[in-house]
Design a binder for this molecule. Structure first.
Ligand code: DAH
Length: 344
């Protein structure tokens, strides 16, 4: 077997010396040093030799394999250079062709709006509080003054889980309770937070509603916070978002967790209030709900409502983005269509 090994070695070296193209080189590699190559197979047979011959044979076979591998690599780089020089000469490569453009990535429009909103609130002293996506029924509803079986629950179509009382949050408002419990130190500390996050609703997906979307909630708690603070703060936010001339109006509304409750409209930025199809010819666009935190909610967060008060608001960044760019269909936000995304 030893003689056979040397024989294969000589043949291999001889054949390698005659190879001039990479196809033949690949074949040579398979034949001699590949996984089923002759040298490899012989190495594997070392165990069948008489014990006293094994060490010598194994060492020699290994040396040969290493030597052949090195010779192979040298030959390979030589052939590669030759082939490149040849193809350059024959004009296979057109160096005048334009390069392939590298596309740069961009931020998703929702991310852009979210960051813009966060920046504005940060300037006004509001800290980001991240609350959980998976909530319990109590925090999502009951502690927000929406008891079981209350008809107001119909405002939020809910994803329930197989675990009793565990749901996906239908809005970011439960984060109000969590922030009060977390930061309030048993109702002794003022709070100013915004709570951005994903919300989930069991809805028929359509141009106007998705089952998954962002909200940015806001909460301010203090000793003498009044409705005028709410109105001034929201107006300031709207002007920072849409420009200093932006007109804002408040309409009375209803939410179980605020009293009184309002909805906020800004003058339509597409027609400057003249009336267009986006604002349905009213000149106004609704951008959020808000109100003074309901005493029951304050109490559930650990605060004494005779001493403390606060305001809260909630807005939908997708809706804000849609209004800003006149996007007609909310499903674009999750469709991952580059023709849509690359416009932002
Ligand atoms: N949670 C409400 C919703 O999903 C939005 C909202 C309205 C939040 C008024 C608030 C608020 O904090 O004060 O429809």
């Amino acid at each position: 077997m030893k003689e056979q090994l040397e024989q294969v070695y000589r043949t291999a070296i001889d054949e390698l010396g005659h190879i001039t193209n990479s196809d033949a080189l690949r074949e040579w590699e398979l034949k001699f040093i590949g996984r089923k190559g002759e040298i490899t197979l012989m190495l594997r047979q070392t165990g069948q030799l008489p014990a006293e011959e094994r060490a010598d044979f194994g060492k020699r076979a290994n040396d040969i394999k290493n030597e052949l591998t090195q010779a192979f690599e040298e030959r390979e780089s030589l052939i590669r250079q030759q082939e490149l020089a040849q193809s350059l000469e024959e004009g296979d490569i057109d160096v005048t062709l334009p390069g392939r453009p590298r596309r740069t990535g961009g931020l998703h429009p929702s991310t852009q709006t979210l960051r813009q909103i966060q920046e504005i609130w940060a300037e006004m002293g509001f800290q980001v509080y991240r609350s959980r996506d998976v909530e319990d029924d109590d925090t999502n509803f009951t502690l927000l003054n929406i008891p079981p079986h209350h008809p107001a629950r119909d405002m939020w179509d809910t994803f329930y889980t197989t675990q009793d009382g565990v749901i996906l949050r239908t809005h970011t408002s439960p984060g109000q309770i969590r922030a009060m419990q977390d930061y309030g130190e048993d109702g002794t500390k003022p709070i100013r937070v915004i709570l951005p996050g994903m919300c989930y609703r069991y809805e028929q997906i359509s141009a106007r509603s998705e089952i998954q979307f962002y909200q940015v909630e806001g909460l301010a708690i203090g000793k003498s916070i009044r409705m005028t603070d709410l109105k001034g703060t929201i107006a300031d936010f709207a002007r920072r978002l849409y420009g200093p001339e932006t007109q804002v109006r408040y309409r009375a509304s209803y939410f179980p967790f605020t009293e009184p409750s309002m909805e906020v409209d800004v003058q339509c930025m597409l027609c400057d209030g003249e009336g267009c199809s986006v604002c349905k010819h009213t000149g106004w666009l609704e951008i959020m709900g808000c109100g003074m935190v309901h005493p029951t909610v304050l109490r559930n967060g650990g605060y004494d409502p005779t001493e403390w008060s606060g305001f809260a608001f909630g807005m939908g960044p997708e809706r804000i983005t849609m209004l800003k760019h006149d996007i007609q269909d909310i499903r674009y936000f999750w469709a991952n269509d580059m023709r849509f995304l690359s416009q932002f």
